[in-house]
Design a protein around this ligand. Sequence first.
Ligand code: ARG
Length: 295
Amino acid sequence: MPQHYLMCPPTHFTISYQINPWMNAKVATDAALAGRQWRVLRDTYVDLGHTVDVIDPLPQYPDMVYAANGATVIDGIAYSAKFRHNERAGEAPAYLEWLVAAGFAPAHAAETNEGEGDLLHVGGMILAGTGFRTSTAAHHEAQEVFGRPVISLQLVDPHFYHLDTALTVLRDDLIAYYPPAFSPGSQQVLARLFPDAILATESDAGALGLNAVSDGQHVIHAPAATNLAAQIRERGLEPIAVDTSELLKGGGGAKCCTLILRTADDDAPGRAAQTASAQLTPGAQAPDHQAQPAH
Ligand code: ARG
């Protein structure tokens, strides 16, 4: 089914600080190239029939292009981000303001979390990363905000500092992930929940191939992730390679640039809408959720 995405153009993209191992402030970035690659990504979504909204980039936030970190939006509720690093702090209110204006019900985070970078919706639950950015207290908070089970997963490799760099949701019942990015216990959790998951190779994960976007039928992924593309095809989905190499310099790929906006009745990629459109329209009847600190 068609998805609704929010993206932010890389107008001010550059590497002026280093908050993950991919970033090197000595490496030059090409804003024009980043812009061309970003437009191809956006146009790919539009050609697939998805809706892409765009938020205005703020000059003081070069990482704002990574829209996935801006919030987590499920069931028409926008759970705000609260960034680990000061360099990105001001992105959270900018994204929340946009989402509220678009009709989503705000839930203001008290706990540190980096939006959909670490909170991935799959099959009615939320897989949640911790270890580098998002706190476990935010996992509890997200569970209360969304009323959905949240499964905490421990990330252990700084190259995979956000969950969406190590795990991708392909369908309601199918994920792909790179086991060495997770603690032994979290690997066991994933194996129990998703025994048929695709396990990514080191080279695919190392190219941030898992930072992919699936609509349940098509999967937008980094061109270097060739094994992953074959594995995806074997499972009946269509892999589509889109080059976001310039944005990789900041430690992100297609998924980082894409915030999925889920209203009440578009529960998961690939699931047909079952609810009448009369049901909760974002903002229409949604209460203003005030997130409670976790206990
Ligand atoms: N430079 C950004 C940071 O370190 C990259 C964020 C990538 N986003 C993501 N969803 N993984 O915060």
